[in-house]
Design a protein around this ligand. Structure first.
Ligand code: TUI
Length: 317
């Protein structure tokens, strides 16, 4: 059984987090992951602050295990969300897409365990100095908003730069990825894409079908020209977006308007002109499974490859 400072810090059975995916990570998914022994996360990107509050309350009803909330720092209502999580007595927070420095003092004073997602060593060190309890180092293999470094290079550099525990994210799809993350020095893992096809994940069936049908070359990063790179499945929408952002005649306003609401359209409507955010490991996912089956496959799969390692090598180490 893989235990680490992360399982101790959070009081969870397995060091496996479900990414707090925008519009996707609702109470249904988060509670299922927490009930299965991992850490479920409710996304703060939903139909407004009150909708997120309702999901947090629903999650409390659905599990008595620890769960957290992901605060997306580029959301227009982020100040409201930062206050609402205090009002709701949320015990664990992750943050994404920026620096949560503005909120750290109030969250820590309330006794919240704060685990920022970082995409660089510099931000990891800054977060440690602001009293973060752990760090999620997310490589650019992940779906959604991405940084520049990839997991294999990012995780060991962050591990060397901080003393707090590091959770690896981006490019992890099965037990082999979990084992590799631990070899790089991580003490936990976070996965989004694999949980997109969990039975308890409420995304549109078209979204799940697209992820299940994906291969290793099915994703594309768009939005670099806007300073907001996003990895998603190659679809008529993402290809049109890529063309538009490289078209000198298209204005920033036009491009932003074209992208506006696209993730929600994919998640809720299965719209072909939606944005199907998805990580590079999609090609590995072949079946819809319950959150419990996914977590057990990850944890026992990791243990199996670690135990088998000696047998697969030609020489004894
Ligand atoms: O946040 C994410 N992934 C996301 S958020 C999101 S919401 C959305 N995006 C576009 C359209 C509609 C909705 C979708 N995916 N992952 C965590 C993450 N954070 N990855 C990378 C980073 C990051 C990058 C730079 C964190 C901090 C950072 O720091 C910059 C700075 O301010 O120093």
């Amino acid at each position: 059984m893989i235990k680490s400072r992360i399982t101790d810090l959070l009081g969870i059975q397995y060091p496996v987090f479900q990414g707090g995916m925008a519009w996707v990570a609702d109470a249904s998914l988060a509670a299922a992951v927490s009930n299965a022994g991992g850490l479920g996360l409710v996304s703060s990107i939903n139909a407004g602050t009150e909708a997120v509050r309702a999901e947090i309350r629903r999650c409390k009803q659905m599990t008595d295990k620890p769960f957290g909330v992901n605060v997306m720092l580029q959301a227009p209502n982020v100040d409201e969300i930062a206050q609402m999580v205090l009002e709701e007595g949320v015990k664990i927070l992750t943050t994404g897409a920026g620096s949560p420095y503005k909120y750290m003092e109030s969250w820590k004073a309330a006794g919240i365990v704060v685990i920022p997602v970082v995409a660089s060593v510099a931000l990891a060190q800054k977060m440690q100095s602001l009293d973060a309890d752990a760090i999620i180092a997310e490589g650019a293999e992940s779906g959604g908003h991405v940084g520049e470094n990839h997991t294999m290079a990012l995780v060991p550099q962050v591990v060397d730069a901080v003393d707090i525990p590091v959770v690896a994210a981006g490019g992890i799809g099965d037990g082999r990825g979990v084992a590799a993350a631990f070899m790089l020095g991580a003490e936990g893992v976070q996965l989004g894409t694999r949980f997109l096809v969990a039975t308890e994940c409420t995304v549109h069936s078209v979204y799940k079908a697209k992820v299940l049908g994906a291969s290793d070359v099915s994703t594309i990063v768009t939005g670099k020209t806007l300073g907001h790179p996003v990895r998603s499945l190659k679809t008529p929408f993402s290809k049109a977006f890529a063309r538009m952002e490289n078209d000198p005649n298209a204005s920033q306003e036009e491009i932003l308007a074209f992208g506006s609401g696209a993730l929600r359209r994919a998640v809720q409507e299965g719209d072909n002109m939606g944005s199907y955010m998805c990580g590079e490991i999609a090609g590995m996912i072949k079946a819809e499974q319950s959150a419990k089956e996914i977590i057990e496959d990850l944890v026992y799969g990791a243990e199996a490859v670690i135990k088998d390692f000696g047998k697969r090598m030609k020489n004894k180490l």
